[in-house]
Design a binder for this molecule. Structure first.
Ligand code: F6P
Length: 255
């Protein structure tokens, strides 16, 4: 529309798309760091992008966080013309219950009158416990669904913010800081070059799995997330769509 042209948003989208080598970029006006309702706009933009990409039967893997929670709020029953199944992308990675992928999937399913599955995995367990988890039929079932997802919706966070929010143990925290991590997505921490410098041990979607998923929609805004977004996009095996805001986009285009 006219406003978008005047404010230069269309142009910024084209520049970001090219520079970051993305399939599509949507920028919403404002900065979600300073204006809370901009996050709702990110949610709405994500919901539009989803609609454009739905097929008859969809398995949609979703991560946690406040941005994904905002996406869930914007979904409506008119999605119901397609068959949808929401699954958490990965097991517990230390989020507060409202921001957990399980909770968000339940909300998405409720708002679209669709189905969802849960993946209950405790946060900090030994390798042995993880291995035995993998043999549980109910868990195997959800893992199979995750690996046949045709769409992934995920957040991106600042590395240190995320490590703190997850109450990461002090030693691991030190490692994350020393490795110069700047961004985080799916439990993977990335440095400025896009290299994975730390990974939260949990089951579910692994970074390399993104390669074979048709639609990967990243939703992250706010000037404070620019470095994180850039790091993730450098490291991601394939990022199709970025939904962001003006605050982050302006900062990304400076670099
Ligand atoms: O913990 C789940 C997660 O999606 C992270 O991978 C990501 O960094 C974070 O949430 C984003 O959270 P928010 O949208 O609240 O910034």
């Amino acid at each position: 529309g006219m406003m978008r042209e005047i404010s230069g948003i269309d142009e910024m989208e084209a520049m970001l798309k090219k520079r970051m080598n993305l399939q599509d970029v949507v920028i919403v006006p404002g900065d979600s760091d300073s204006t809370p309702w901009v996050k709702e706009e990110l949610g709405r933009a994500c919901s539009e992008s989803m609609k454009e990409r739905l097929i008859g039967k969809n398995i949609i893997a979703v991560t946690g966080g406040t941005t994904m929670a905002a996406v869930a709020e914007t979904l409506t029953p008119d999605f119901a013309s397609s068959e949808l199944l929401f699954v958490p992308a990965r097991g517990g990675i230390g989020e507060d219950v409202n921001n957990q992928a399980n909770t968000i999937c339940a909300k998405m399913a409720e708002n679209t009158r669709a189905r969802h599955r849960v993946l209950y995995v405790p946060d900090q367990v030994s390798k042995e416990v993880y291995k035995s988890f993998l043999t549980e039929p109910a868990i195997k079932d959800v893992l199979n669904l995750i690996s046949s997802a045709n769409m992934v919706l995920h957040g991106i966070g600042d590395a240190i913010t995320m490590a703190e929010r997850r109450k990461t143990p002090p030693e691991t925290m030190d490692e994350i800081i020393e490795s110069n991590a700047v961004g985080e997505a799916f439990g993977y921490y990335f440095n400025q070059e896009g290299e994975v410098v730390h990974k939260v041990m949990t089951i579910g979607l692994q970074l390399k799995d993104l390669e074979k998923i048709e639609h990967v929609i990243a939703v992250a805004g706010g000037k404070s997330k620019a470095k994180a977004i850039q790091a993730y996009l450098k490291g991601a095996p394939h990022a199709s769509v970025l939904i962001t805001d003006e605050g982050a986009a302006k900062e990304l285009l400076k670099g």
